[in-house]
Design a protein around this ligand. Structure first.
Ligand SMILES: Cc1cc2nc3c(=O)[nH]c(=O)nc-3n(C[C@H](O)[C@H](O)[C@H](O)COP(=O)(O)OP(=O)(O)OC[C@H]3O[C@@H](n4cnc5c(N)ncnc54)[C@H](O)[C@@H]3O)c2cc1C
Length: 230
């Protein structure tokens, strides 16, 4: 697998404690929307297991930069070091990694279910699908504790307003409770032969997967990615 030195161009806080990191895209680096990269620090902190992490790319393949987003937990020496990286410093990027990419059959709907920072691969998939005017119907069920924690929410609301093919439901677990069979049925019950894509903390992905099984969704219509460490 190819590796590249990539320079940090910009960093921004996109929700409290959640940061996006923009890197220069190396010539020849190709990936599919939904894929991830591994970012290794050149001078990792001494703490064990602090050299590299895997992050989904938030940007779509048609966009010029490479962008990842993460929740910075104080307990993570890797993330503290990434957040302190000077603009212009480089990290070693390896990739692309991962197989969670949009299915080709446009007659089947895509139902994305994101828990918190699990939104990242779906940003890339949505931006690319809308850019390419794919005919897939796209549904996004996006769970956060509160609206202020929901990264990219304003962009998603604008996309849903402008594109009849894309339906968004942002749910706040602090007030609306957890996603269950009824939430899924009410939101995407009319989706044609959907493929479900799940991403977020392991506990979230497992719970949504179990709800889908209770709704008799076959395993081969579910793809998922667990973000360990949350
Ligand atoms: C394909 C993919 C895409 C991802 N995309 C994102 C993203 O866009 N944004 C983001 O914030 N995070 C993403 N993650 C998760 C990310 O790689 C980190 O694990 C996470 O951010 C937590 O890092 P941390 O340093 O805060 O926690 P850590 O201190 O690293 O804690 C992680 C914990 O999970 C455990 N763990 C790690 N891997 C596994 C495993 N395979 N099985 C079981 N336990 C394991 C470790 O032992 C450790 O205890 C992605 C992971 C994958 C696999």
């Amino acid at each position: 697998m190819a590796s590249y030195d990539v320079a940090l161009q910009r960093r921004e806080e996109i929700a409290p404690g959640t940061f996006a990191f923009h890197f220069a895209r190396p010539t020849g680096f190709a990936f599919k929307a939904g894929q991830a990269v591994s970012l290794a620090l050149r001078e990792p902190p001494a703490a064990a297991n602090s050299t590299r992490r895997t992050f989904s790319l938030v940007n779509a393949p048609f966009e010029p930069e490479l962008v990842v987003a993460t929740r910075v937990r104080e307990a993570s020496a890797y993330k503290r070091a990434l957040t302190a990286l000077p603009i212009g410093a480089t990290v070693k990027l390896t990739g692309p990694l991962g197989r969670m990419t949009l299915h080709e059959d446009g007659a089947r709907a895509a139902v994305f279910v994101a828990g918190g920072i699990g939104i990242t691969p779906f940003m890339s998939m949505l931006r690319q699908a809308i850019h390419d005017r794919l005919r897939h119907r796209l549904f996004l069920l996006y769970a956060n504790r509160r609206a202020e924690n929901a990264a990219f929410l304003a962009e998603l609301q604008a996309l849903a307003r402008d594109d009849d093919n894309f339906r968004l439901h942002a749910t706040m677990t602090a007030t609306d409770g957890r996603i269950d069979e009824e939430t899924i049925r009410n939101f995407a019950g009319d989706a044609a032969a959907p493929i479900y894509y799940l991403a977020g903390p392991p506990e979230f992905v497992t719970a949504v997967g179990e709800a889908l099984t209770r709704l008799s969704v076959p395993n081969d219509a579910i793809q998922s990615e667990m973000f360990y460490g949350y």
